[in-house]
Structures are given as C-alpha cells and as structure tokens.
Write a protein that binds this ligand. Structure first.
Ligand code: SF4
Length: 385
C-alpha cells in the first residue's frame, strides 16, 4: 500500500493559512511562474535556490543553516516516493498533506463530489449532502499542472454528473489541457437520459473518455433495490442508449454479491440481447468499505462459491463478441477457463496480499485483494505451486 495522506506534518516558516496546491520538482531549470506553483525536494546537500516552498523527508535537514528562513514541509520517510511531476495539497490549518496525483501511477483519480442521488447498499464512498462545489474548483486548478502524457485519470464520486454545469466545465478543461488522456468517469448514467446534457457532454469530452456505469442485475427491481432508488434501472438504460447514440465509450460495471450473484449468467444474456453495443463489461468483486462493510452480512459471499456463475457469464459475453473482464478477484478463487479475463484492477495504493501469497507462483499475474477485503478473504485462497 502506498500512503497518500500525511497528518501532523511539520511546517517551518509558514505564515499563511489557506490551502496550497503544489507540483513536486527536483529541477532547477524552471520558469519563475512555474516555480511559484512548485515545491522543491531537498536532500541532505542539494538545495535549489529560487523556490518559495521546499519539501524534505529527513528532520536533520531542518538544522541546515541555509534553510533557516525557508518555507519547509517535513514529511515522514514513507512519502519519499514523491517525485518530479507529482501534485500535493497542503492544508496548513489542519497540518495535513494529501497526495493528489502521482505522475508514475496509472491509478490517479479524483473524487469530484460526495453527493449522490443513489444510496447503493455496497457504496464504498457513502454519499453526503453537503456543498462541495469547492472540489470542482480545486480539480480545475490541478488540471493545468498534470503531466500532458498522463495515460488515464479516473473521476469518481458521489455522482460526478449531479452538478451538471460544473461537471461539463471540468470535462471541457480535461479535454483542453489533456487531450490525449483517457478520462474514466464512474457515473450511475441516469443524468445522460437528458439528451441535451448528453449532447453537451459528448461535445466537450475527448475522443477516449470512458463512462463506467453500474448495472447490477438484468431484473429492474433487483437493480433498483441495490441502488435504493425507484426507476433507476430504466433511467440508467436510457442514459446508456443516449451515450451510445452519441458515439461515447460505455463500460458496464456489475459488482457481485449475495443479492445478485445468481443473476450473473442471465445478466450476461440480457447484455447480449439488449446492450450488445456497449464497449466493455466489468464483472467486479466487492470492496469492503463504507456501506459494504456496514451491510457485510447481507452482501458478502465467498467468490469461490460463485465461480461457476462467473465462468458462465464471462463465456456468454465473450462468445458473443462482447469485451469482458473480471475485476477485483484473486486468481485462486476462479475457474481456470476465465483466468485470461482477470485483470489487475485494484489501485496500487489499496492493493494487498495475504502472507500466504508470497509462496504463490501466480502472484505476479494475480490482482490480489483490496486492503479492505483482508477483513474477510475467501476461505479458498490457495497458493499455486
Ligand atoms: S494465493 Fe494469493 S497470489 Fe496466489 S492466486 Fe491466490 S490470492 Fe493470488
């Protein structure tokens, strides 16, 4: 696991209180304007002049006479992975630092809002009805600092599309500043049933934006119950159809648990018959965070127990030419006929393994666990010999 949040950070010589968004650098050859929004990493002997902010990971450096009057942030050594092009938020009031973007990672994502009009039983980020418009504003400030060669950035929530105009502005900014970057948006899809909104979105988005939309059953009542919202199934399907009419890339996401594992094969047949135009289907293991943890006894099922259902669904989709993947599953809980569909999908900062896994010959190919899944791993974890 990679730490992203630092608390009780030591700040030296700061006299302001507002949050700062800064890009980490080791370079000395930067234009003055860029230096102003950067923080220079210092090691024992190398202090680059001309920056307002400095970052270090070793307390002893603070005794250096040349740094007496500099604004310095001291982080624990476990953050010394921070490197050129990474972006951090410094919260001086709370003495916290949050890593917002890591240039070398393919798992960068931004939580756009905590608001949502669904209340999914297994939501890993339970919604809050608060005014969090500031998050959009902050991301808009971060976008110009992000490396232009970034392959992929995720947008999550809450429901990112709820504040329509703020969302559209954000998408426009991503397209303008990062035209090559794949923007992967997690959305319940309902907002796109408004064709005007769907059109504006497709006008603003770049060519490889992907919308990941959850559909948790082929039966509307089961989906509506899981997301705790009447009519959600119909509205989501309308949204998906609008997006596809406009040529957008749509991924369906089916999170598997006790309430829907027995619909897996029927769901696959439903997709083949009715939604064969979607671009990808992800069949996903449960992350035991938020409401999923609170509802664990109603939701959790050992993945080993539904491996035949999963194989049947994957084979139905794949044989019918639909691009399908298995996310968030350990290889030893799957049937061998679907190994090739299993993807290492868990973000690096929350990816973990059991001690036993170190003896496994397939560890490098295995996606492992969410750290939260270690709370209740499958009883059938067995290293490959
Ligand atoms: S033993 Fe561990 S590493 Fe091996 S397949 Fe199972 S979960 Fe993955």
């Amino acid at each position: 696991m990679i730490p992203l949040n630092a608390s009780n950070v030591i700040f030296q010589n700061f006299n302001q209180n507002e949050n700062l968004i800064l890009k980490v650098t080791k370079s000395s050859f930067l234009p003055t304007k860029i230096k102003k929004s950067s923080i220079s990493i210092i090691n024992s002997s190398n202090i680059i002049d001309g920056f307002e902010f400095y970052l270090c990971f070793d307390k002893k450096i603070l005794n250096n006479i040349n740094l007496k009057n500099k604004k310095i942030i001291l982080l624990e050594d476990k953050f010394s992975y921070l490197d050129e092009g990474d972006i951090i938020r410094i919260n001086l009031m709370d003495k916290r630092v949050k890593v917002l973007f890591r240039k070398k990672s393919k798992n960068n994502s931004f939580l756009v809002t905590e608001k949502c009009n669904h209340y999914c039983l297994m939501c890993s980020q339970p919604p809050k009805n608060i005014n969090d418009e500031w998050i959009f504003e902050e991301i808009n400030k971060i976008i110009p600092l992000i490396d232009k060669k970034t392959e992929v950035i995720g947008l999550t929530g809450g429901e990112p599309t709820l504040q329509k105009q703020s969302f559209l502005k954000l998408i426009k900014n991503f397209s303008n500043f990062l035209p090559e970057t794949k923007i992967h948006i997690l959305s319940h899809g309902k907002t796109f049933q408004d064709i005007k909104f769907a059109r504006e979105f497709s006008d603003f988005s770049n060519y490889n934006t992907v919308i990941g939309i959850p559909l948790y059953s082929d039966i509307s009542n089961i989906h509506n119950y899981i997301v705790q919202c009447e009519n959600a199934f119909d509205e989501t399907i309308r949204g998906i159809i609008n997006l596809k009419k406009l040529g957008q890339i749509v991924e369906l996401r089916f999170v598997i648990h006790q309430l829907n594992f027995d619909r897996l094969e029927k769901f696959a047949e439903f997709v083949v018959r009715n939604l064969c135009f979607v671009d990808h289907v992800a069949l996903m293991g449960l992350e035991l965070m938020g409401f999923a943890r609170a509802n664990i006894d109603d939701l959790w099922i050992d993945p080993f127990l539904y491996k035949d259902n999963l194989s049947a669904a994957v084979n139905t989709l794949s044989l019918n030419g639909i691009n399908v993947s298995i996310f968030n599953h350990q290889l030893c809980t799957l049937n061998s006929d679907v190994y090739e569909f299993a993807v290492k999908s868990i973000s690096d900062w929350k990816n973990d393994f059991l001690p036993n896994c170190s003896n496994c010959k397939k560890k490098l190919e295995c996606g492992g666990f969410f750290s939260s899944q270690l709370l209740r791993p499958s009883e059938h974890i067995k290293p490959f010999q």
